[in-house]
Design a protein around this ligand. Structure first.
Ligand SMILES: Cc1ncc(COP(=O)(O)O)c(C=O)c1O
Length: 413
């Protein structure tokens, strides 16, 4: 499909909505993306025509639903070059991360000397589960720091990773800075420093824009959420190495994840079902398949090329405003790839006020700490405004956004 922005925009019904009397400008895509009609239609079709529980029925509807559910798993396996058994459906990225930490973390971090390494740019979903585990097990948490541009100091990996480091867990792209980090290089260095290290990559902000090859990246686990890539809410994805998934204890117990239950003992089902207890989010998994097919049809290379253009335009325009402070590098693009995600503050105006005033102009942004309080603490700011764009946004929307920022500054100056 040729990348035709007008055609693409028509495929997202919500983009026609008015907010406060203005045509919606949706710049909150890092929180959740909007949904194409083809995904919405798939949901309606499931509930209208073949709603049934999966894996248990012997009737036609159940078989059709099971087939459609498993088809999404097969598609994910094909895209990221893994086997379907390596893909676990959860309810979101957060649950995928918690599953690994609760299940494997508990098994591995038994030695008191153990440590794990995460980074200062992590979303809370890759910090808090480690804190929770520390209520039960004693281990050290070490941090890879970021520099004044928001870039991870990979040269310091050798200072934080040693023979007692059991896990390295980091985000592939920062939801606050909009920077993509070099996951492959980080993993290569980590494995040189400790060949036994287990690596978890939080790809929540990376996958909406790019495809990866699971083997090539050489992570042990990669996690993400469907809703950040044109999919429905309520579906998380966990991709893992088979040997590790086999060795892990289930995270939740119940129906579908068992082989046999006796009075005092349970044997578990094969992968991936061992980790999918209870009725899963059938409709949304099926609809996520439609989102993925839609994205593939547009082409991730087309999405990236267009987004790079948008990102550059946004940066150029906002840098013309001398009353705006920008966080995360905006100039040295030779060292980093910048997503069309930008954190900033209007000098002298609280981020929440900027957010509210933009909303009055129909522009949806996020204002706050973006679940990255460690970043805010290090930058000594309470909050930022975050404009996060996706492939259906346009340069004229950026112009309207810049115009609103100027108006806001004029009110407060
Ligand atoms: C980098 C990153 N990790 C994890 C998450 C959590 O995703 P979810 O809320 O879908 O579980 C987010 C959400 O914004 C994120 O940006």
């Amino acid at each position: 499909m040729a990348f035709d922005i007008e055609t693409i925009r028509k495929q997202f019904p919500i983009l026609n909505t008015s907010v406060n009397g203005r045509q919606l400008i949706y710049f909150d895509n890092a929180a959740t993306t909007q949904k194409p009609k083809v995904m919405i239609d798939t949901l309606v079709d499931f509930y209208s025509n073949y709603n049934a529980n999966i894996h248990r029925g012997i009737h036609s509807l159940a078989n059709k639903a099971t087939e459609a559910y498993e088809k999404t798993r097969q598609l994910i396996a094909q895209i990221y070059k893994v086997k379907p058994q390596q893909i676990i459906f959860t309810k979101n990225d957060t649950e995928s991360i918690n599953l690994i930490i609760q299940s494997l973390g508990k098994q591995i971090l038994k030695n008191k000397k153990s440590n794990i390494v995460i980074t200062e740019v992590e979303h809370h979903s890759n910090i808090v589960p480690w804190h929770l585990l520390r209520h039960e097990i004693d281990f050290e948490i070490r941090y890879l720091e970021f520099d004044e541009n928001g870039i991870l100091e990979t040269d310091s990996l050798s200072r934080v990773i040693d023979r007692d480091t059991q896990f390295l867990s980091f985000t592939w792209a920062s939801n606050t800075f909009g920077l993509i980090y070099d996951a492959k290089k980080i993993i290569r260095i980590a494995r040189q420093l400790n060949p036994n290290i287990i690596v978890l990559v939080d790809a929540a902000q990376y996958v909406p824009h790019s495809i990866f090859d699971f083997q090539e990246i050489d992570a042990d686990f990669i996690t993400f959420s469907a809703h950040k890539m044109c999919g429905p809410t309520g579906v998380g994805i966990l991709i893992g190495k088979k040997n590790l998934l086999e060795q892990m204890q289930p995270f939740l117990g119940g129906g579908d994840m068992i082989k046999e239950v006796s009075k005092y003992r349970t044997t578990f089902n094969d992968l991936p079902y061992k980790f999918e207890a209870g009725t899963p989010n059938i409709a949304d998994v099926i609809a996520f398949g439609a989102s993925l097919r839609y994205l593939l049809e547009i082409g991730f290379e087309n999405i990236q090329a267009y987004e790079q253009e948008l990102a550059q335009y946004l940066i150029d325009k906002i840098q013309e405003l001398d009353f705006v402070d920008i966080y995360g590098t905006t100039h040295d693009t030779s060292r980093v790839i910048k997503l069309p995600i930008l954190s900033f503050n209007v000098r002298g105006v609280h981020a929440h006020d900027v957010g509210h005033l933009l909303d009055e102009d129909g522009i949806a942004v996020r204002a706050g700490h973006h679940c990255t309080q460690l970043i805010m603490q290090k930058l000594r700011i309470p909050a930022t405004v975050r404009a996060s764009l996706y492939f259906y946004n346009t340069k004229s929307e950026i112009d309207a956004f810049i115009h609103s920022l100027k108006k806001i500054y004029d009110i407060f100056k």
